[in-house]
Write a protein that binds this ligand. Structure first.
Ligand code: NAI
Length: 454
């Protein structure tokens, strides 16, 4: 039996920063991880996807230059080397996480963690089981892909992002993606650039249903221009295996339709990873995820939970990191200095999409006299130099006070630019205050001058 101040279950972007934050307080900390340090984000999510996107976007850019005649010669993607590069990147980052744990003197316990009772965690690996004692427990077990329960969803060749991103190079001739959410549009971008015939089936009337309407419409047009078939209002009903490969049967306006594929990717959301996490008699309250209060405390004293595993989670790596750091601060009786309610969301399509704060619709629903100011980037020098697609920045503000309430960006480097909009919202700055800054030229970010000027 060992005595810890904190045991964290789950070594993803929630768990490991939580462990580091606790260790920095001088606590004795253990981190339990059943698979690889870094969790879904590093091993089967954000990092592998962005590695694939980096090369495939570059390839598309080169093709654009070849078409312009500014470059000559034959350039091809080597899928095996591309996927090997993805492995190299994840290995490097994983080593960084392991090093961070070592430097913070966090004990990494390899195995499946299970809470037996408050203060008691069992860790099971191939070598056997051991029970550890601890003052506190932080559950950071993340989420797993949710396969929709239609007939044929378990056929060989029907995979989730787990298998796609954790495996070897797999470049099919025809890929059908079920779900036009974040994973759907990013993976569609990768495979369309690799020459795969890609179809997205989205049940709702638009792809990226939670995003600003104009962003969804623009992205749909851009994806279609790149040869991706985007079918909206298309609910998958069944997958069968026929002579032509895997056949996805779906309904559009009560009319049955079908599309053939060599590979089907289920990108229909993720659910909390709770399998075997707690002993049944622990009585942990669960409602599509672990129920927590605004201090990340569960209903069981001494147990906190954060990230994708909690009820109503926003399923973003950086949200999990912030929540874990906040939970550790609450454990220590401190008030965290993090704006937990302001989470930027980024989608790494080309152009990138980024949003923070409220959309105009949401701001109006929240009772603000909200208005949006839109700046188009078609005259922005960097946008022209780099041959970008139609890009824009939308800033939502309160018409009475001019305080910035939200921003939605569809532009190159939007994921890097979203920060200044988050600062404006967090600090309750006005449009005039934001417009008063000098921004460098030529840059994408200077488009903010126009976006903030009323
Ligand atoms: P999602 O919730 O973004 O999208 C799932 C989509 O599937 C929805 O649009 C839904 O309407 C559709 N759908 C559900 N059932 C369907 C059916 N029967 N037929 C057709 N369409 C159907 O989930 P996704 O894309 O799987 O991503 C999971 C999570 O991972 C997200 O919450 C996201 O936050 C996170 N993520 C974040 C990324 C980023 O920050 N760049 C990248 C990838 C994932």
């Amino acid at each position: 039996m060992k005595q810890y101040d904190l045991i964290v279950i789950g070594g993803g972007p929630g768990g490991y920063p939580g462990a580091a934050a606790a260790a920095a307080k001088g606590w004795k900390v253990a981190l339990v991880e059943a698979r690889d340090l870094g969790g879904t984000c590093l091993n089967r999510g954000c990092i592998p996807t962005k590695t694939l996107l980096h090369t495939t976007e570059l390839y598309r850019d080169v093709q654009g230059e070849l078409a312009l005649g500014t470059m000559e010669g034959a350039v091809n993607v080597n899928p095996a080397a591309l996927f090997a590069q993805k492995v190299a990147v994840t290995e490097k980052l994983r080593a960084g996480v392991a090093d961070l744990m070592k430097r913070n003197k966090v004990d990494v316990l390899c195995g499946h963690g299970k809470v037996l009772a408050p203060g008691k965690v069992e860790v099971t690996s191939a070598e056997g089981s051991e029970v550890y004692e601890t003052e506190r427990i932080l559950l950071a077990a993340g989420s797993v892909p949710a396969r929709i329960p239609v007939p044929g969803s378990d056929l060989p060749g029907v995979i989730t992002s787990d298998e796609l991103l954790d495996g070897e190079a797999n470049v099919p001739a025809r890929l059908v993606i079920i779900g036009g959410g974040v994973i759907g549009v990013e993976i569609a971008s990768v495979y369309a650039a690799l020459g795969t015939e890609v179809t997205i089936l989205e049940m709702l009337p638009k792809i990226l249903p939670n995003m600003d309407k104009e962003i969804s419409q623009n992205l749909t047009q851009i994806l279609k221009k790149r040869g991706i078939a985007v079918k909206t209002g298309a609910a998958l009903k069944e997958i069968t295996r026929g002579e032509g490969g895997l056949i996805c049967h779906y309904m559009v306006k009560e009319k049955p339709e079908e599309v053939a594929a060599d590979l089907v990717l289920m990108a229909t959301g993720r659910r909390a990873n709770l399998a075997g996490l707690c002993a049944e008699d622990l009585g942990l309250e669960v409602n599509r995820g672990i129920v927590v209060n605004d201090r990340f405390e569960t209903n069981v004293p001494g147990i906190w939970a954060i990230g994708d595993a909690i009820s109503g989670s926003i399923q973003l790596a950086h949200a999990a990191t912030a929540q874990a750091q906040a939970a550790v601060a609450y454990m220590a009786g401190e008030t965290p200095k993090i704006h937990l309610d302001l989470v930027p969301a980024c989608i790494y399509t080309s152009p990138e999409i980024a949003a923070v704060g409220l959309t105009e619709e949401q701001a109006k629903e929240a009772g603000f006299a909200a208005k949006a100011k839109k700046a188009l980037l078609h005259g922005n020098a960097k946008t022209i130099i780099t041959h970008q697609e139609r890009s824009f920045i939308k800033v939502v503000y309160d018409e009475e006070t001019h305080v910035v309430l939200g921003a939605q960006l569809m532009a190159a480097r939007a994921s890097d630019m979203i920060d200044e909009y988050a600062v404006a919202i967090a600090q309750k700055l006005t449009m005039e205050q934001m417009a008063s800054l000098i921004r460098p030229h030529p840059t994408f970010c200077e488009a903010a001058d126009d976006a903030f000027t009323l």
